[in-house]
Design a protein around this ligand. Structure first.
Ligand code: 5GP
Ligand code: ZN
Length: 112
């Protein structure tokens, strides 16, 4: 628990979140500003700053949970996108690693 970390506070229950999935090691909850019809964040309960800081077991737990969420939210069949924004140029704004699970509409890249 890092007291000044928003997502650590969500894990600790001090900040409310719409939780959709939880295991011993990860938590998944709806993004507060959804960018797609389905937009869920999957985080490790332990604090890691960015994707490259996670140990392989934790990274695996996050990816497994992301696919579980996609199935539970009904977007696995049509397809979905997993995004780890990393660092300043990557657009990361919360420095507790999180996997965006996005779907429910076409997400072709590049947009246009
Ligand atoms: P990043 O830009 O770091 O990749 O993504 C951070 C995400 O966290 C953003 O999509 C933002 O909408 C979401 N977010 C920021 N504050 C909160 C919050 O208090 N609760 C929830 N559920 N999501 C948040
Ligand atoms: Zn944290």
């Amino acid at each position: 628990m890092t007291a000044d970390c928003l997502f650590c506070r969500i894990v600790a229950g001090g900040v409310p979140a719409r939780v959709v999935h939880e295991t011993d090691t990860v938590l998944a909850f709806h993004d507060i500003t959804p960018q797609a019809p389905t937009h869920v964040l999957v985080i490790p309960k332990a604090h890691f700053t960015a994707v490259g800081d996670m140990d392989p077991a934790t990274a695996g737990d996050v990816l497994q949970a992301a696919h579980h969420v996609a199935k539970a939210e009904g977007i696995a069949e049509d397809g979905y996108r997993l995004v780890f924004n990393t660092g300043r140029d990557g657009g990361q704004t919360v420095f507790h690693v999180h996997c965006h699970v996005l779907g429910g509409r076409s997400l072709t890249w590049p947009p246009g």
